[in-house]
Ligand binder design. Structure first.
Ligand code: BTN
Length: 319
């Protein structure tokens, strides 16, 4: 019901209580009760006699109905499950995926207790300051192509951050979004697959939004940053979630239709880990060499000091 009331109201025009009650088929008292609940959640309304209600400000929360007004997609993010606190949005997304949830299902949380990063590292997700979200995809691709979706996600989130905050970020292969060398976003792509075919992919994205230096524990403040720290501005997290999913949808449609070649140039334009010397640390080896570029399936091509070419699937890169 709150969701329906919010879908009728906006910042610009007044909508009368009578009209809301007619549209929703419920009493004025029932509407007033729900609006009181919305005020308790942080919404503020302007109420003018004989004109009705108008939204003055929205809280910085991550409920599905906070995200809807900014969402312009047709299939991604059309089923949103929001949580104040979860173990990890990845875990929850896997559960929904296994219960046949449709492609585009989005899990969003205000905080995670066991946020996961790549290589089983923990990911800090303190309440109220960041975005933790996981998007369920069901692409018809071979398992080895799944890493391409990490690169696609990086393009989507970089474009969304630029739209919402004005910050122009860099991408460091494979999954780090950096601003002036400090980490702003982490992306974790997981999948369930048969040997030949992907069953589903979950793209998890964690964005540092309102963090102050002290919000980063364990000395992370030297290597991580937030939109607030870099711009001095508090963006709307709901707007950024929606902008990311909006960008994701057109990129994903292009990817499904034309393959990774539609995404590759957009990714390369933002990459800082190419055409430069890099240290590459994989689970098996460490190598130093020149990053020549990425392959059409999203692997990093590195020429080592002896001139041999290595194709790297997953690694930590130091520039
Ligand atoms: C990394 O840089 O190592 C990847 C971090 C990915 C974090 C996100 S937050 C939303 C989703 N849920 C998780 O537990 N992890 C991802």
């Amino acid at each position: 019901m709150k969701e329906k009331i919010l879908s009728l109201l906006n910042e610009k025009t007044y909508v009368s209580g009578e009209e809301i009650s007619q549209q929703l088929g419920v009493s004025r008292t029932a509407i007033w009760k729900q609006m009181k609940a919305l005020v308790a959640e942080g919404y503020t309304f302007d109420a003018v006699t004989r004109k009705g209600y108008r939204i003055v400000s929205r809280p910085d929360t991550l409920k599905s109905y906070d995200i809807w007004p900014y969402l312009t997609t047709s299939f991604l993010g059309r089923h949103i499950h929001d949580y104040e606190v979860v173990s990890s949005t990845q875990f929850v997304a896997h559960e929904y995926a296994n219960k046949e949830a449709p492609e585009g299902t989005l899990i969003v949380a205000d905080a995670q207790q066991q946020g996961r990063g790549r290589l089983a590292r923990p990911w800090q997700s303190k309440q109220g300051v960041g975005i933790s979200m996981s998007l369920l995809l069901r692409p018809q691709i071979e398992p080895q192509r799944a890493p391409q979706l990490t690169l696609l996600a990086a393009v989507a989130v970089v474009r969304a951050i630029e739209q919402v905050s004005g910050l122009s970020c860099d991408i460091k292969w494979p999954n780090d979004i950096l601003y002036k060398g400090k980490k702003l976003v982490g992306i974790l792509t997981e999948m369930a697959a048969d040997p030949d075919w992907v069953k589903y992919v979950i793209v998890g994205m964690g964005v540092n939004c309102h963090h102050e230096r002290e919000d980063f524990a364990d000395g992370l403040a030297d290597v991580a940053t937030s939109i607030q720290l870099e711009t001095g501005k508090r963006i709307s997290r709901a707007n950024l979630v929606a902008a990311t999913i909006n960008e994701f949808e057109w990129l994903y449609e292009a990817y499904v239709e034309e393959g990774f070649m539609a995404i590759k140039p957009l990714w390369e334009a933002r990459a800082i880990s190419l055409h430069t010397y890099v240290h590459v640390r994989t689970s098996r080896e460490t190598l130093h060499g020149y990053a020549l570029g990425i392959t059409d399936d999203g692997r990093l091509r590195v020429r080592d000091e002896g001139g041999d070419i290595h194709l790297v699937y997953s690694a930590d890169i130091e520039l």
